[in-house]
Design a protein around this ligand. Structure first.
Ligand SMILES: [Zn+2]
Length: 211
């Protein structure tokens, strides 16, 4: 059975939120936090090969799955010459900089139906990528005890932020929907970025480093 898993980005979120404004406040999309030390930078000044991510854990996630997901995301970016550093845990009040990534749960079933997450690639502050852990958990239950799918979902949304666009690829990690074959490739560790994705990521990193 083909399962379409949509990972939507900012434009669709804006469109959707226009219809359901109540979600804007609940997801804090319109009022990024200020004064909390967030910076627009993704990495140390001038470093165009490193991204730093600050986790905002707002979901109940098994420790092993979370560690596996972090590792998977690190490996995916390492495969294209990018060093992903998990620099802080925002929910624990540690230093807050880099890309803020939120893992949330209790997602309203009507909100961005079938989406596993969304990104805000044109925002410089606050949460820039969100993954709906409850929906990922439904997918991975019984077939992904080590967080591989979660790691891919995280990498997908972070890539929107790095590329500063909502574009999707015809195949691979940046497909707009994943099917059973994609999940199989994830388990094998062979679902990759396309060449165009990689070039766009590196262009984005250079642009960020020059800020
Ligand atoms: Zn997407």
């Amino acid at each position: 059975m083909r399962r379409n898993i949509y990972l939507l980005s900012y434009l669709l979120v804006l469109t959707t939120l226009a219809a359901v404004p109540a979600f804007a406040a609940s997801l804090n999309l319109t009022s990024p936090k200020s004064g909390d030390g967030t910076t627009a930078g993704l990495s140390e000044a001038g470093d165009a090969s490193t991204i730093q991510v600050c986790l905002d854990l707002q979901a109940s996630v098994d420790h092993q799955i979370l560690m596996g997901a972090r590792f998977t995301a690190v490996q995916l970016f390492a495969g294209i010459g990018v060093k992903l550093q998990w620099i802080c845990d925002r929910s624990r009040g540690t230093v807050n900089r880099g890309i803020e990534l939120r893992l949330s749960d209790h997602t309203d079933p009507a909100f961005l139906k079938s989406a596993l997450g969304y990104a805000q690639p044109w925002t410089d502050t606050g949460i820039r990528a969100t993954v709906f852990y409850d929906r990922v958990d439904e997918l991975q239950r019984g077939r992904d005890p080590v967080g591989v799918i979660l790691g891919y979902a995280i990498a997908h949304e972070l890539t929107h932020v790095l590329q500063r666009e909502d574009a999707h690829a015809a195949q691979g990690i940046m497909r707009s929907s994943w099917n059973e074959q994609d999940f199989q490739l994830m388990r094998l560790g062979t679902l990759y970025f396309t060449g165009a994705d990689v070039r766009a990521i590196h262009r984005g990193l250079v642009a960020y480093a020059q800020k």
